[in-house]
Design a protein around this ligand. Structure first.
Ligand code: I3S
Length: 128
């Protein structure tokens, strides 16, 4: 009916710059390699695109292929335990198949927003 509220078309979309590193791949620990990445949350997918040097525009960056994508179905996210990084404001994202990532920004507001967006996306797709 015209009076009923419509849910937003894409409740879990979010884009921004985060520093990202894998710490575990297929259950095996890998060396950290912090990289500044355009990070795109869309549905149950999280895409990381290496930030184009000298470019601040999302459009320019969107012309390249995503460097890395993770499926958030069955994933979990929380603040990283302090033994995982000496930095503040670090999230630990555990995805299927034994992959773990750390996500970090100097800006705690940015990290808090990502935590909420990722938690929302993970719960929205929990039963898929
Ligand atoms: O957990 P680690 O190994 O102490 O992580 C640090 C290293 O990856 C370090 O690189 P090199 O070991 O290649 O120099 C990075 O520069 C640091 O940023 C890593 O630690 P933090 O605590 O910043 O995540």
């Amino acid at each position: 009916s015209p009076t009923s509220p419509k849910p937003p078309a894409s409740p879990s979309e979010k884009v921004g710059v985060l520093n990202v590193t894998k710490i575990t791949e297929n259950g095996k620990r890998v060396r950290k390699n912090w990289t500044s990445s355009w990070t795109v949350l869309t549905g149950a997918s999280l895409l990381f695109d290496k930030k184009a040097q000298g470019s601040s525009s999302w459009f320019a960056s969107s012309q390249s292929k995503p460097e890395f994508t993770v499926d958030l179905r069955g994933a979990s996210v929380d603040w990283a335990p302090k033994e995982k990084s000496s930095k503040k404001n670090v999230l630990e994202l555990k995805v299927r198949h034994g992959t773990e990532l750390l996500l970090w920004s100097e800006n705690d507001v940015v990290v808090n927003e990502w935590l909420k967006a990722l938690q929302d996306a993970i719960s929205a797709h929990a039963w898929e």
